[in-house]
Design a protein. Structure first.
Length: 1002
């Protein structure tokens, strides 16, 4: 009978209820990935020249490395847990491209308001009747304009003076006049922008007082110098004043000035200079206490109950921090973040280990501040250049294939389990469905982003849960075959299968745990999903299934009829070991050799190599599937193409703007090949791309003076008044210019002279507009079919690549250690790891060959890395199941070690084949449904099919023969190959004898 049944039922119900609540109440329960839903695209520029001039960057530093460091910090801020799966890559020398999936970056709450007073062109403030619902910064829509603001003061939104070029309407300042009471709607808040753009510079400095100033220096005079300078430079930051020498009118060398964070309306209305405080510059290295000295940050509360950030100092800097605070008791310590004093508490006591950063924060601000501080400081502040919404990477057909194949794969596995294990199979199916719900609930709780490979990974996780049930049911069958009654068999089955299940899943969990903390980006996200999958699958097998079987036995079940595959197997596996190992070595050498001689452009995807990105504009709305089909047909570059629609260009059922990202023919991303790639795109999209940015129609119904209806499409927006003034020079009379929903498109209605033709007017408009500029000095540049074209870097570069490799190596090391603890010898761990490496290398060779033969797109990218990680975890499970049976058999079998291994393999062959078959069935269905599409699921499922086959093979023919060889080399086998127990080994070593058995004795 099962102990503590009520507790187990309670646990099942509670976990299931929590999961369902997250899935039902959270809207949406999951964030869909860029491949399924699209998202927000941000482009940032990094001004290296300004950084050199400001002294923030030394000219000896490598710009490429600095850009990689900035990208890594941004990745850690935007996706600290690796669950959002954004795309973050370099764009040329000084650009960063960030794509956030789904609705990330859209407003977290709705906000609408009305203009309290009219707005004119060029205004830098938006005055609302009530701005209480609007965030501190974001993008608002007024009429057809999208306007970015970067600060909210009371009911006033201050427009960003050098703002981003938004795809809808550029917004350095409003380009149109808006009347009072016009509706203002929040389109996007800037929660992610705040994380990206924060420098993250934290320092602790002592506030200067008149008594502490150097002789001959008057603090009042210093304050006056600051005010005079600020009046002369109203828009300059105080950091510019701090860089001046005293001879240039700057501060005394001992101090620098920082503005205080404005908490009250009076402070918000004051200038930064009016509320600035002087602080002493650090004199020695020990006095430089910055964010780098922090070991931990955590949420807390200040004395007034406001959210705050607590911090702890690294042990190596605690003596410096203690000396710094102790020697300045009674003085104010300014806590400066990003050039602003958040607080300046009085040092009443000596601080050693830490303190608190307070600033009347909100909970969200505390969360963001902690993320920024943990990720480190940026050397250069990125500047937003472009902000737009993009459509899904995959077409509707591919998504539909993925959904259908996933459902069929899952149902097929459940049906097979039911047919093979019958009543036990029904309980397994129920358990697996509940496990599936719990897994989805856990991922929803963790704010995971679902991508198509992620969905496949979830299905594979369910496959691992099937494996655990198979181990239990096969052990129950084995115990019944030995003559035990059904209750004894069930009890023995669960108890004897549990160690193998736990060992297999704990090693995989440890691997995932290391990947979570050592890995970065997508590797970390994969690890989190895998950890939750292991927890829910083990719970399903050892708790849910056991409770269901318990109640079946209570009802009087007498026998369980199950399938009998390989029950009486007696194959001489170990006799074929040398042939098998030789074959494996040959295949590995051939596969790795083929991979080595394959050019980078063929073997690596854009995630590793980078490539180029082109923006496309079509003459009329087109479907993303049509554009994707045309580009995919381009030789070489088309295979790697990633095509997205730009949401703001939507018209009817299609779009007029798209982005295509792809590798160049040589994998270099060299923009010198600009003309070649442009020609390929132009040819492939002939008749589709925009060719005429000026379209003229003449209307003359009564034979009188004709009316011209002109459509102008520019590369960037312009004030309507400026357009009207310029088109008059082309002969248009009394033009009326209006904006349209299409970005940067204008409709002009005007009279023209009798006899003017549409062709003549088109030529005149192109000539006049091509020479003029608007009131801000921007030229009237017409839109192009390919308006932008630039290089993009890979996602897997620098630290991301190195940490991923480090995480994998470290995880393999931990596998060896854990197996050493469980099996008392290192040889088991080394044999298991060698089998894992075998599986990965064979799969790598198979992908390379398939790529060469044109069977599929087998280039290495992030989804394939996820497949390799899955293969490692999956293959390890089968190996440990056999090793666990070896450990059980050794004490009671006085036979050669190789024979014990052979017996153990045959005893577990049924479950080895069944677990592999169910997983292979799932991934094979995924492959068949996606075969020939070229999408990521085709390659992912192909890699998994190869991995499952090689994993089963290596468990038998690689891990076990290597274990015999390692045990023989270590002296734990007699000359006859019989295993020497641990106590006998100690006695033998004490006598100085040493036994050795080589692979040839197998």
């Amino acid at each position: 009978m099962l102990d503590h049944v009520a507790r187990k039922i309670t646990a099942i119900v509670v976990f299931l209820l929590i999961s369902v609540l997250f899935l039902v109440l959270k809207d949406p329960p999951f964030q869909l990935g860029l491949d399924l839903q699209g998202g927000t695209r941000l482009v940032y520029s990094v001004d290296f020249d300004a950084a050199y001039a400001d002294g923030r960057l030394d000219r000896s530093e490598n710009e490429v490395q600095v850009l990689e460091q900035i990208i890594q910090i941004i990745r850690n801020r935007v996706d600290p847990d690796g669950l959002l799966e954004p795309i973050i890559r370099a764009g040329g020398r000084d650009r960063i491209i960030i794509e956030l999936p789904g609705t990330l970056g859209l407003p977290s709450k709705e906000a609408k308001g009305e203009l309290a007073e009219p707005m004119t062109e060029g205004s830098d403030e938006i005055h609302l009747v009530d701005a209480s619902d609007f965030p501190e910064s974001g993008v608002v829509v007024i009429g057809h304009e999208r306007i970015r603001y970067n600060e909210k003061i009371g009911n006033t939104l201050r427009v960003e003076k050098d703002g981003a070029k938004l795809t809808g309407r550029a917004v350095k300042s409003p380009l149109e006049t808006h009347a009072a009471s016009d509706e203002v709607t929040l389109e996007k808040d800037d929660a992610f922008r705040a994380k990206i753009e924060s420098l993250g510079e934290l320092s602790f400095q002592i506030v200067a007082t008149a008594a502490d100033m150097p002789p001959g220096t008057d603090l009042a005079n210093e304050k006056e110098k600051l005010k005079v300078w600020a009046e002369a430079h109203p828009n300059a930051p105080l950091s510019a004043f701090n860089r001046l020498s005293p001879e240039e009118g700057g501060p005394d060398p001992s101090i620098e000035w920082f503005p205080q964070k404005a908490y009250t309306e009076a402070m918000k209305a004051a200038s930064p200079a009016d509320i600035a405080l002087p602080v002493f510059r650090p004199k020695t290295e020990s006095e430089k206490i910055t964010g780098a000295a922090l070991s931990r940050v955590y949420p807390t509360r200040d004395d007034f109950g406001y959210p705050a950030v607590g911090f702890e100092i690294q042990p190596s800097r605690r003596s410096d921090f203690g000396e710094f605070t102790g020697s300045n008791k009674g003085k104010q310590m300014a806590i400066i973040l990003n050039g602003e004093i958040f607080s300046a508490p009085s040092l009443d006591v000596k601080l050693v280990s830490g303190g608190r950063i307070q600033g009347r924060f909100t909970d969200e601000e505390v969360k963001n501040l902690m993320t920024v501080l943990r990720s480190g400081s940026l050397k250069i502040k990125p500047k937003i250049e472009n902000d737009e919404r993009v459509g899904a990477t995959l077409g509707d057909d591919y998504v539909r294939r993925g959904e259908i194949s996933g459902v069929i794969a899952l149902l097929s596995v459940l049906l097979f389990v039911i047919l093979y294990y019958r009543r036990l199979g029904i309980y397994a199916a129920i358990s697996l469905i509940l496990s599936f719900v719990m897994l989805l609930g856990a991922l929803s709780f963790g704010n995971a982003t679902l991508t198509l490979p992620g969905i496949a990974g979830i299905i594979l996780t369910i496959g691992m849960a099937v494996d655990a049930n198979i181990l239990i049911f096969d052990r129950i069958r084995e115990e019944m075959d030995r003559g035990r009654n059904v209750k004894q068999a069930a009890r023995e089955g669960f108890e004897k299968a549990s160690p193998a299940i736990l060992d297999a899943n704990i090693t995989t969990f440890l691997t995932a745990l290391i990947l979570r903390f050592v890995g970065t980006g997508p590797v970390r996200g994969f690890a989190v999903t895998l950890m939750w999958g292991i927890i829910t699958s083990v719970f399903a097998a050892l708790v849910t299934t056991r409770v269901l079987v318990h109640f079946d036995l209570v009802k009087g079940a007498k026998k369980y009829n199950v399938g009998q595959w390989f029950v009486t197997a007696n194959f001489a596996f170990m006799k074929k070991a040398k042939i098998a190992l030789g074959t494996s070595l040959t295949l590995i050498l051939l596969g790795v050799g083929l991979f080595a001689v394959t050019p980078d452009a063929e073997r690596f995807g854009i995630d590793f190599l980078g490539g180029v990105e082109a923006q496309l504009r079509t003459a009329k709305p087109e479907s993303v599937d049509l554009i994707r089909e045309k580009i995919k047909a381009i030789p070489v570059i088309g295979e790697s193409a990633d095509v997205k629609s730009i949401i703001e260009s939507a018209e009817g059922d299609g779009y007029t703007m798209f982005r295509a990202t792809f590798k160049t023919a040589d994998g270099s991303g060299d923009i010198a090949k600009d003309s070649d790639v442009r020609a390929l795109l132009t040819d492939a999209l002939e008749g589709i791309l925009l060719e005429r940015a000026v379209q003229v129609e003449l209307d003359n119904p009564d034979g009188g003076s004709p009316t011209a209806n002109v459509t102008l499409l520019f590369a960037q927006p312009h004030p309507t008044a400026d357009i009207a003034a310029v088109v008059e020079k082309a002969g248009l009379e009394n033009p009326v210019v209006e904006t349209t929903p299409t970005p940067n498109e204008y409709k002009v209605t005007a009279g023209v002279a009798v006899g003017m033709t549409a062709e003549d007017l088109t030529v005149k408009l192109q000539g006049v507009l091509g020479k003029e500029t608007d009131s801000s000095g921007s030229p009237f540049q017409f839109a192009d079919g390919i308006p932008s074209y630039s290089s993009v870097g890979g996602q897997v570069v620098g630290e991301l690549r190195d940490q991923a490799l480090l995480a994998m190596l470290f995880s393999l090391f931990v596998i060896v250690l854990y197996i050493r603890v469980r099996f008392a010898e290192y040889s088991y761990g080394f044999a298991a790891v060698m089998a894992l490496l075998h599986d990965v290398l064979i799969t790598l060779g198979a992908l390379t060959l398939a790529n060469k033969l044109g069977i599929l797109n087998g280039e290495i990218n992030l989804p394939i890395i996820a497949a390799f990680l899955t293969i490692i975890g999956y293959s390890l499970n089968d190996t440990i199941v056999i090793f666990d049976r070896v450990r059980e058999n050794l004490p009671r079998m006085k036979k050669p070690f190789a024979e014990v291994l052979n017996i153990s393999i045959n005893q577990t062959l049924s479950r080895t084949v069944l677990t592999s078959f169910t997983t292979f069935l799932a991934v094979a269905i995924l492959y068949v449904f996606n075969m020939g599409t070229g999408n990521v699921l085709e390659t992912f499922s192909f890699a998994m099919m190869v991995g499952v086959i090689t994993g089963t093979y290596s468990t038998i023919y690689v891990a076990n023969p290597l274990l015999v060889w390692l045990e023989g080399r270590s002296g734990r086998l007699t000359k006859d190959g019989i295993y020497i127990p641990a106590d006998a080994q100690r006695t033998s070593k004490g006598k100085g004898s040493k036994q050795e058995a080589q692979l040839g004795q197998i």
